[in-house]
Write a protein that binds this ligand. Structure first.
Ligand code: AMP
Length: 630
């Protein structure tokens, strides 16, 4: 049987390489664009979402059109972010692994330019670049684009959003006029149209799906809650989806940190991604997310650009984007590679108009969903646990030695009693938290009155009033700590609950951390002989007064084994992977998750060398290059 990629005109070397990657059949976008692009004689505009197989759609034809006997750059691919740049370069390297003398270079900001220059000097045919760094290299006269035959503008709308228009103009002006330009974009705002008009001649236009339409595999839901119940609503959604693996979008860096910190304190496996993190910190956070050692990634729009993690079950819009067009990019983080996903908006009653606007843009209707009751959550968690128990692999070799003692202990109990007890062990904990949980859905009546309800969820933010002690600790961002890391480090070594920790002020070589008075005492007593990278770590009461007022915890997941949110101390703390269970997202996402829910999600601070950890604290402004807007 002829391979479907061969049928499209792809040569054996490349077909064999994609086969090894598990590509059996072309995706719809590949099916449509490969034959057109292989002709090599047209400009091209492809309207396509991320995650649809776009990279191979242009990457495979490029490999057929390039003359690999020559070591001159013949294809230039421009994309908005460092992450996407690395991803595309890596994909094309994989596609060309059997192609003799194929050389691909990734050129992006925030990395050593000398290495990139060296690779260019050694000879490359495909250059994948972010605009800022590309221009830098052109400015150094370190690259010759006179043989470029194809320029790909990937995620063109994003590049323009990020203010790269001028850079793109400048770069394109250094390439031959008879080159072909292939533009891919998820949306087609007038600015992108203008590029197509200015730089292209009668481009072949293909729309994969309807124009501006969100991925068909994504369900869109919204929940209306009071503004102050947003956090409780987020937790309830997460608790109702025990296997959730989600990106949560916030508008500002502060919000991402705030939400992530509260989630971490409440025992969830979360961290934040925003532009203030150094590149190393960003990479670390992304790696944890990719490895499924983190369940909830709380991100700003800019920081999340180019996130290319498959199997994300949910995108949660904790706040709606200012620019409605960004919604398509946010929701496109789920439902990738043929999987299904759910994009959720948590809104207040005044924002329903925005939902209608988004519906018009994506050409799809939202479902107005009701937040589950506390009882619904308990039931869902209970059966998730039962399902896990049912499917757990028994390590007979290890457990058999204990079975006689366990049997003795249970001798007087019937099978039914034992099952009840096992189920209750965890069920009780969620029940404790949720038994008095209020209905967070806003009633039609309240909606009309404009959210004047006065209820708040037990344990939701701001409920406790405790005095805090401000502590000084001699580690900080130069040690590559994020606030989540520091919280884990302090709690693990000081043996205190993260719930008692207030504000964390991460500085360069030191940090301040506010802890409830009683816990601060315990922490100071326990925090003895702690070392980090061979250095003594000191924690002491700071001269400055505590600024924290109140920090309520929320449903403390650590108390619960449900959903794997339990934080462990010591050597277990490093986001250790467990074997995965079948994912059952509310959006029906399928496929196995490798890591399952990990314990704790904090780093293992033991035994990593200084080299591995050095260089933190450098402010490189995150992904992409120079011009980010927020
Ligand atoms: P992209 O839109 O290029 O980022 O691709 C999204 C994901 O789909 C990536 O993980 C690709 O490896 C995967 N993918 C692309 N094309 C195919 C294919 N024909 N068959 C299976 N997976 C694919």
């Amino acid at each position: 049987m002829i391979n479907p990629f061969s049928k499209l005109g792809i040569s054996d070397d490349v077909v064999n390489a994609v086969k090894e990657l598990g590509f059996e059949n072309p995706t719809p976008i590949q099916e449509q664009s490969i034959p057109v692009l292989l002709e090599g004689s047209n400009d091209f505009v492809g309207l396509a979402q991320t995650g649809t197989g776009k990279t191979a759609a242009f990457g495979l034809p490029l490999l057929e059109l390039i003359d690999f006997k020559s070591n001159k750059p013949q294809a230039l691919i421009l994309c908005p972010t460092r992450e996407l740049c690395l991803q595309i370069a890596n994909d094309i390297k994989n596609f060309s692994k059997n192609t003799p003398n194929a050389h691909v270079v990734a050129v992006y900001g925030g990395a050593n330019i000398m290495q990139q220059l060296r690779e260019i000097r050694n000879g490359v045919q495909v250059v994948v670049a972010t605009p800022g760094r590309m221009l830098d290299i052109i400015g150094r006269k370190a690259i010759d684009f006179s043989n470029v035959k194809y320029v790909v503008l990937d995620e063109a709308d994003e590049m323009l959003n990020m203010g790269f228009q001028e850079d793109i103009n400048d770069i394109l002006s250094t390439t031959p006029t008879d080159k072909k330009t292939w533009l891919f974009s998820a949306t087609m705002p007038p600015e992108v149209r203008r590029i197509a008009k200015n730089y292209m001649e009668n481009p072949v236009e293909l729309t994969m799906g309807t124009k501006n339409t969100g991925n068909v595999n994504i369900e869109h839901e919204y929940y209306i809650v009071r503004a102050r119940d947003k956090y409780a609503a987020l937790k309830r959604i997460v608790d109702f989806n025990p296997e959730i693996f989600a990106v949560v979008f916030c508008k500002t860096k502060m919000d991402t940190q705030d939400v992530a910190e509260h989630l971490i304190k409440d025992g969830y496996n979360a961290d934040s991604l925003h532009g203030d993190l150094s590149q190393q910190q960003r990479d670390k956070v992304m790696q944890r997310f990719r490895d499924r050692n983190m369940q909830l990634l709380i991100a700003t729009d800019v920081a999340a650009r180019g996130i290319d993690v498959n199997n994300v079950t949910h995108v949660i819009n904790y706040s709606l984007p200012d620019e409605i067009e960004s919604y398509t990019h946010r929701s496109g983080r789920t439902g990738r590679a043929g999987k299904t996903g759910v994009s959720i908006c948590i809104i207040n009653s005044k924002e329903t108009g925005k939902i209608r606007q988004i519906e018009r843009i994506i050409g799809k209707q939202f479902t107005k969903a009701e937040l589950p009751t506390g009882f619904d959550v308990c039931e869902k968690q209970l059966f998730s646990l039962i399902h896990k128990v049912h499917n757990v692999e028994v390590n007979a070799e290890q457990i058999d030695q204990y079975i006689p003692r366990i049997m003795d202990e249970f001798a007087a109990l019937s099978k039914e009693d034992i099952i009840k007890k096992f189920a209750s062990l965890e069920f009780n904990r969620f029940l404790d938290y949720y038994s008095k949980a209020p209905d967070l859905n806003i009633s039609a009546d309240e909606r009309e009155r404009g959210e004047r309800g006065e209820r708040g969820e037990r344990g939701s933010r701001g409920a406790v009033n405790a005095d805090y002690t401000r502590l000084f600790i001699n580690v900080g961002s130069v040690d590559e700590f994020t606030r989540g890391d520091l919280l884990g480090f302090v709690c693990n070594n000081g043996k205190i609950s993260g719930k008692t920790v207030g504000k964390i002020d991460l500085k360069g070589v030191f940090s301040f951390i506010e802890v409830e008075n009683a816990s601060a005492e315990a922490l100071l007593a326990n925090f003895k002989d702690v070392q980090f990278n061979g250095r003594d770590v000191r924690i002491e009461v700071s001269g400055e007064a505590s600024s924290s007022s109140s920090r309520g915890g929320g449903g403390d997941r650590r108390r619960s084994g449900f959903g794997g949110g339990e934080r462990r101390s010591g050597g277990y703390g490093g986001g250790e992977r467990r074997s995965g269970g079948e994912r059952r997202s509310s959006g029906g996402g399928s496929g196995r998750r490798e890591g399952g829910n990990s314990g704790g999600g904090f780093r293992d601070f033991s035994g990593r060398s200084r080299e591995e950890r050095s260089g933190g604290g450098r402010r490189e402004g995150g992904s992409g290059d120079r011009r980010r807007r927020s």
